[in-house]
Design a protein around this ligand. Structure first.
Ligand SMILES: Cc1ncc(COP(=O)(O)O)c(C=O)c1O
Length: 535
């Protein structure tokens, strides 16, 4: 055992439980394996290559040690063991570390970019909870700014808020309980942010209450947003967060910070010196939207429900957080002496809360990541074409780089006379997909996304028609969820009372475009005959 390793082990023994020791050892081993022997996560390789090779361990392979040695397998072995024989640097217990999970995380991190580390969770909800819990308990966040989006995120916030009920923040409350006294606030729109950024402001600490974004804020951006696929301009929200941090620092420097009242969540005098951008990128997995941890957008955390496109076959629940490599929990200007990395803090939290994915689900995810690019490219392409056809604006731009089609509705009708959807404009009130020039978010999507996503939403003028449509389609499954190889249609209001009642969410799978087009055409015509538009 090297001297450094002995020092690490002694430090961990002094600071924590055997499980924390295992978490820390596994994190170190993982980092060593990534920097040393795993030659194929090389960022010069194309992401499609990294999806297949980022977890390979060519540097370490030697002669097959025994019939049980899997080091020469081409496919990752299905490893279900929850516990492991003792070996320095090896896994100990699967809640702390599991070989398949380490492999899968290496691949997922490599897809986001060289600046990322990945952590897997038992579900998207568990990943959301982990992100919020970490920012509130470890990083001094005091407010969560959020607007609409996936209803489960609001449920997770409600659960966290309930924690403070029995133990109001105060001098005797534990650090975590005090930290959890947080507020939920409406996320400002982009127009409001622009106005705020250009308005005058003062160094008075009390005026920070008027700031739209403040130190201590978490900006929770779901983009594209469930279910109507609006895109948030992450770089603009980052700018607002940077401005909030700058103002907090200047006010502190001006002396007002000395009257700090840290017991007031998010209020004047809050000791918070950081603010955070979290992106739920579930609707735009790699390669549709990557690089969110890069300097321009500089998200603090990126979250995915891996249940959707990443696993992609409607058979494995899971979630993920992507973290900037090397980011530390304590930040410049902060009071904390905590020098852990964000990645280590989240890993420790995950082991303590037990929110790890099962080993079989993890294996399915790893297997699916190998084909992610093929699947997502195809889904996004078909979704863009269907959106353009339904919107009547032509054959559609399938990717932000593609030029606007000159074909109009007539051209689509001419090439597919049986799909003329003659009465559809009357029934269809709205088609939403970031690829459509008619969508307000199109410009932001063009700037931020490589592909426009595999989900679109249509709004029907008849509530009864919207309710009936999913069951009248033959290829689209009348089911919730998205990102699978199978297309799905869902009358969304049944799950989420905040969305328009006539909205049907379409998740596009890997079926042929023309087959899906025909299926939608016949379904829409059928429900239109049965349930004409309501007046
Ligand atoms: C945008 C978004 N975020 C988070 C989640 C939660 O993910 P999971 O169902 O894997 O817990 C979902 C699930 O539909 C989602 O659509």
């Amino acid at each position: 055992m090297s001297r450094q390793r002995i020092v690490d082990v002694v430090r961990d023994c002094l600071s924590g439980s055997p499980l924390l020791l295992a978490v820390s050892a596994a994190a170190t081993a993982q980092r060593n394996s990534r920097s040393g022997t795993s030659c194929n996560s090389d960022e010069r390789l194309h992401p499609t290559t990294r999806a297949i090779h980022a977890d390979s361990q060519k540097g370490t392979r030697g002669p097959r040690a025994s019939p049980f040695d899997h080091s020469l397998d081409v496919a990752a072995p299905i490893g279900v063991s929850t516990t492991f024989e003792a070996m320095p640097g090896g896994p100990c217990y699967s809640r702390a570390a599991h070989p398949t999970r380490e492999r899968c995380e290496a691949v997922l991190a490599s897809l986001e970019g060289p600046a990322a580390e990945a952590l897997l969770y038992s579900s998207g909800q568990a990943a959301t909870h982990a992100a919020l819990h970490h920012l509130l308990a470890d990083r001094g966040a005091r407010r969560v700014l959020i607007s609409g989006g996936y209803h489960g995120t609001h449920q997770a916030l409600d659960q966290l808020q309930a924690l403070k009920a029995g133990q109001p923040p105060g001098p005797n409350a534990s650090h975590a309980a005090a930290a959890l006294g947080f507020k939920i606030v409406q996320l400002p729109s982009e127009a409001e942010l622009l106005a705020w950024l250009s308005a005058p402001w003062s160094l008075n600490e009390s005026d920070s209450n008027d700031d739209l974004v403040r130190a201590g804020d978490i900006l929770w951006l779901e983009t594209p947003k469930n279910p109507a696929c609006e895109v948030a301009d992450v770089a603009l929200y980052r700018l607002a967060v940077n401005e909030a941090i700058r103002r907090a620092a200047l006010r502190k420097e001006a002396g007002a910070g000395s009257k700090a009242d840290t017991s007031s969540p998010g209020g004047a005098g809050s000791a918070a010196t950081r603010a955070f951008v979290v992106v739920d990128s579930t609707f735009a997995p790699p390669p549709a939207q990557v690089g969110l941890l890069n300097p321009e957008t500089a998200a603090d955390l990126v979250m995915h429900s891996t249940t959707k496109s990443l696993a992609g076959h409607s058979d494995a629940l899971g979630g993920a957080l992507l973290v900037p490599k090397g980011a530390s929990v304590s930040t410049s200007g902060g009071q904390s002496s905590d020098q852990r990395t964000v990645y280590d803090a989240l890993r420790t939290q995950r082991a303590a809360l037990g929110s790890v994915p099962g080993s079989l689900e993890t294996w399915l995810l790893l297997r699916s990541l190998r084909t992610l690019h093929l699947r997502v490219e195809r889904q996004c392409d078909t979704a863009s074409k269907l959106a353009a056809w339904l919107d009547g604006s032509g054959s559609g731009n399938s990717s932000p780089g593609a030029s606007q089609s000159s074909q109009g509705r007539n051209a689509v009708v001419a090439t597919t006379p049986d799909l003329a959807l003659k009465s559809a404009p009357e029934l269809l009130a709205k088609v939403s997909h970031p690829s459509l020039a008619s969508c307000a978010c199109h410009a932001a999507a063009k700037k931020q996304m490589a592909l426009y996503g595999g989900v679109l939403a249509i709004e029907l003028r008849s509530l009864a028609a919207a309710k009936a449509l999913p069951s009248r389609l033959k290829l689209f499954k009348d089911a919730t969820s998205l990102g699978g190889v199978d297309s799905k249609a869902e009358w969304r209001w049944q799950y989420d009372k905040q969305v328009p009642r006539g909205l049907v969410r379409l998740s596009i799978g890997l079926e042929d475009f023309h087959d899906l087009q025909k299926d939608l055409a016949q379904g829409i015509c059928e429900v239109e005959r049965e349930f004409p538009p309501e007046q």
